[in-house]
Design a protein around this ligand. Structure first.
Ligand code: ATP
Ligand code: MG
Length: 489
């Protein structure tokens, strides 16, 4: 029996190459995962054949990138990981003059050269599935057994060549639960400044992988320990050592990380993980000492947090759809924590604020917040109660689009011209319907819209805009002051 079970779609490619007289090995992440006992996410093959020679051997291929990689397509399989198998010629370690990309790509005839250029010993193992032979020149198998991450060659040199490897090391640590070796870690500390030259998109990609790993909390702690969190989310560092009050037994920093870890333990999606990590990002900036209660307060931290989150998401070049959701979740994360405030009309308003598609995720962020405080899971009866309320509120109208009247109908019904007054009326109507869904009938909407159109611009605007953000005036003032003090607008 062979050492590993390889899908025939994959061994077919190595076999075809070998039958044509070339060498061909599986290499990199897939071999590492096979040795660990995990299912590989993708299959990489390395060979002494050149790109044109590879293309000549297979029916359906395409050029993958600038490194000579040829994608060999299998049209028959449904399995996404087997559809395109990447075949890359043996490559020489190229010279890096900018810690970013190799100056040029050159091919080699020797597997040794190709393994030498790879980042970590665990990623530098080749396996020939036809002859059932492992080529392991850097004791990668032993390091996998010891669960340790070591560079191939001198760590300082390897990180100076390509600083992204620093983040890759931490990402693998979080994904695999391995430790970075002492020597490799020391080299990271010495060379981490070169991360400055790495494109933010590449940093973001590794950061996302850390978040989506099993142990994102450990990953973020490592970035802090190795002094590279400043290249990802420096804002998080402000929470270090910041003690809180009451139910909070952890510092802001630790609370954020525990909230994040819970989202990973539950295998929740990226936007929930980001919101869990960032939900209290506004706390350090809003800290005030209350001399009466003799404790710190963080009024308005969700509003300041919304702003900071938006900035972070933009800086990391997240697409606007995910950025919008995360921002909304941060802005509204306090909602499910105040039991008294959870009335049915309040639930409708929160659905209006975060959008019906995000309300369940808000509950998830709330669970992360709670577990991150070290509190027990929500009582099942309480959760059922929230769920029932959300279900009920979702049946009710929660947006102007769900009203039994629309702008066009109003233009026909009343002697009015298109303009902002229509929007104000719609929002004012929605406000009433959020309090009392039964009012959403054609008759009432028509009658009430008629009355509203009698109002002056000023009165109408006030009613309509009140609908957008309904908060009591005192809180508004306080938040305005917080914004002023922190220069956030
Ligand atoms: P994953 O499971 O996330 O795909 P992987 O190890 O396969 O992990 P890839 O980014 O797919 O990671 O890269 C494939 C292989 O290419 C790695 O295993 C490693 O051998 C090599 N490699 C990737 N990036 C670098 C780098 N920056 N420097 C050196 N070698 C690298
Ligand atoms: Mg891979």
């Amino acid at each position: 029996m062979k050492k590993f079970n390889i899908p025939k779609e994959v061994s077919r490619v190595t076999e075809t190459l070998q039958n044509a007289g070339f060498e061909a090995y599986l290499v990199g992440g897939c071999v590492r995962d096979l040795i660990i006992g995990k299912t590989p996410k993708d299959w990489d093959i390395t060979t002494n054949a050149k790109p044109e020679e590879i293309q000549d051997l297979f029916e359906h291929t395409f050029y993958e990138n600038n490194y000579g990689t040829v994608g060999v397509v299998n049209d028959e399989t449904e399995d996404e990981t087997l559809r395109a198998i990447e075949v890359t010629p043996y490559r020489l370690e190229a010279k890096y003059s900018d810690s970013r990309h190799p100056d040029s790509v050159s091919f080699s005839d020797k597997i040794e050269d190709d393994l030498k250029r790879r980042d970590f010993t665990m990623n530098a193992i080749a396996y020939d599935p036809i002859k059932d032979i492992i080529v392991d020149l850097y004791k990668g198998q032993q390091d996998i057994k010891d669960k340790v991450i070591k560079t191939v060659g001198k760590p300082e040199d390897r990180f100076s060549e390509d600083a992204l490897r620093i983040l890759r090391a931490i990402r693998f640590e979080a994904e695999l639960g391995f430790k970075i070796s002492k020597e490799t870690e020391d080299a990271i500390k010495k060379t981490s400044d070169s991360l400055e030259k790495i494109a933010i998109e590449r940093i973001k990609d590794e950061f996302v992988k850390i978040l989506m790993s099993k142990n994102p909390m450990d990953g973020i702690i490592s970035t802090n320990k190795l002094n590279i969190l400043k290249y990802i989310i420096p804002e998080l560092e402000k929470g270090i050592g910041e003690t809180q009050k009451g139910a909070h037994i952890y510092t802001i920093w630790e609370h954020n990380l525990r909230a994040l870890q819970h989202s990973a333990d539950r295998e929740w999606p990226l936007h929930v993980r980001l919101a869990a990590l960032l939900h209290d990002i506004g706390k350090p900036a809003t800290k005030r000492f209350d001399p009466v209660k003799k404790e710190n307060t963080f009024h308005g931290h969700e509003v300041v947090g919304e702003r900071i989150t938006k900035k972070i998401m933009r800086r990391l070049r997240f697409p606007s759809d995910i950025s919008d959701v995360v921002t909304k979740l941060v802005r509204n994360h306090l909602f499910f924590s105040d039991i008294e405030k959870i009335t049915l009309s309040a639930v409708r308003r929160i659905i209006r604020n975060v959008g019906p598609e995000n309300v369940w995720d808000l509950m998830k962020v709330r669970a992360c917040d709670r577990i991150g405080m070290g509190r027990p899971k929500e009582e099942p009866y309480r959760l059922r109660q929230y769920h029932a309320m959300i279900d009920q509120a979702m049946k009710d109208p929660v947006s102007v689009g769900m009203l039994k009247i629309n702008g066009d109908q109003m233009l026909e019904m009343f002697e009015i011209k298109p303009g902002p007054r229509i929007g104000w009326v719609l929002h004012a109507l929605l406000e009433e319907v959020l309090d009392e869904p039964k009012l959403n009938t054609k008759e009432y909407m028509k009658k009430r819209a008629g009355e509203l159109f009698e109002l002056s611009n000023e009165e109408l605007k006030k009613l309509g805009e009140a609908g957008k953000e309904k908060r009591d005036t005192e809180e508004e003032k306080e938040i305005a002051e917080i914004r002023r003090q922190h220069g956030v607008k």
